[in-house]
Design a protein around this ligand. Structure first.
Ligand code: SF4
Length: 349
């Protein structure tokens, strides 16, 4: 048993196993439209944000979720830590099915799974001091040695001396310091699993390297399993053992990071690697720009969801049959790809 009382990670169970995860959001509509819909007997419309995502994460492993804005990577990350309730699918943590868990097991999970958000200014409560920000999760989970734990977490996050930061509010800190506080808050509970959503995209370029090296150290010293979410493949290449490329709520390619970057197999992954990041004044950070429009996430395209933008389109099958994510005979690594190019009927020469 771990010191938190949870069952130990057995060899048979990965730390996290996700099977067929779905998250659909009902479209907000006005009273009149919803009455009209009800009168006409029409079903409500849903955004298919995440549509059948499956993967495993071992203890100490880092997985990158990559894709353009709106591909479902952040919704996947939030579902993993139960900030969204999945519409369907199964999430197992240390072999425990979170969809069937009782309150005590969920409390245990919440202690072990943390999230670092992209904007530390929004994720920290402006009315709470650094000390109270870190004390809050300890008090929720009734954990002792509050001050010692807070001091240790701040020290680890290189906020020195830690006591100097106790009474400070977020607006008194720099962007880099705020993200370090967010990291310290995630670590104060000694978690096993962290989701880091674009953790440096809101920071000045000059501060990114320092925060990334802190996160690398955090992963190593705490033997953490981390899901990194980013559009930035060079960042994910540096931080992650494996990559999962997402398009319109689905994983289209999955495998070891270097294999994917050096030899991408899915047409979307190839486009993503060739795409140029461009500054986005609306969100103050870079986004990836690919040719063509992303399909409709409400009325999802039939067949392969990428068919409207695919430069390697091979015919009707791309519009009629949905390819499944699987290992193909061609690959000598553990790569999985969802594309008809590798089916016997559409096999690439
Ligand atoms: Fe392109 Fe067809 Fe493969 Fe989809 S299935 S990525 S449309 S070749």
């Amino acid at each position: 048993m771990s010191d938190t009382g949870a069952p130990d990670v057995s060899d048979e169970n990965p730390l996290l196993r996700v099977e067929g995860l779905q998250k659909h959001f009902q479209i907000n509509e006005g009273l009149i439209s919803s009455l009209l819909r009800a009168t006409m007997g029409k079903e409500a419309d849903y955004v298919h944000a995440v549509d059948g995502v499956s993967f495993e994460l071992e203890r100490g492993e880092t997985l990158g979720l990559a894709g353009e804005s709106g591909c479902g990577k952040t919704t996947t990350g939030m579902s993993l830590v139960k900030l969204h309730e999945p519409t369907d699918g199964r999430i197992e943590f240390r072999g425990m099915d979170l969809t069937e868990s009782d309150d005590e097991e969920l409390d245990e999970f919440r202690q072990n799974a943390q999230m670092i958000f992209q904007d530390p200014f929004e994720s920290l409560n402006p009315r709470m001091t650094v000390y109270d920000t870190l004390a809050e999760p300890l008090r929720i989970h009734d954990i002792e040695n509050e001050t010692a734990r807070i001091r240790r977490a701040l020290e680890f996050a290189e906020l020195q001396p830690p006591d100097h930061y106790f009474d400070q509010y977020p607006h008194e800190l720099s962007g880099g310091q705020r993200q370090r506080v967010a990291i310290a808050r995630a670590l104060v509970l000694d978690p096993d699993f962290i989701v880091a959503d674009e953790p440096v995209s809101m920071l000045d370029v000059s501060l990114r390297a320092g925060v990334l090296s802190l996160m690398e150290r955090m992963t190593e010293e705490f033997n953490l399993s981390v899901v990194y979410i980013s559009h930035d493949l060079s960042l994910l290449r540096h931080m992650c053992d494996r990559l999962a490329i997402m398009y319109m709520g689905e994983i289209v390619e999955k495998g070891a990071t270097e294999d994917i970057i050096e030899n991408p197999q899915h047409p979307y992954t190839r486009s993503l690697i060739n795409a140029v990041p461009v500054p986005d004044p609306d969100v103050g950070r870079e986004r990836v720009e690919l040719a063509g429009e992303v399909g409709d996430a409400i009325d999802v395209p039939s067949g392969c969801r990428f068919h409207g933008r695919c430069s390697e389109y091979i015919g009707d099958i791309c519009e009629t049959d949905s390819p499944s994510l699987e290992q193909k005979a061609e690959f000598d690594d553990d790569r999985e790809v969802s594309c008809h190019l590798y089916d016997s009927c559409g096999k690439q020469s």
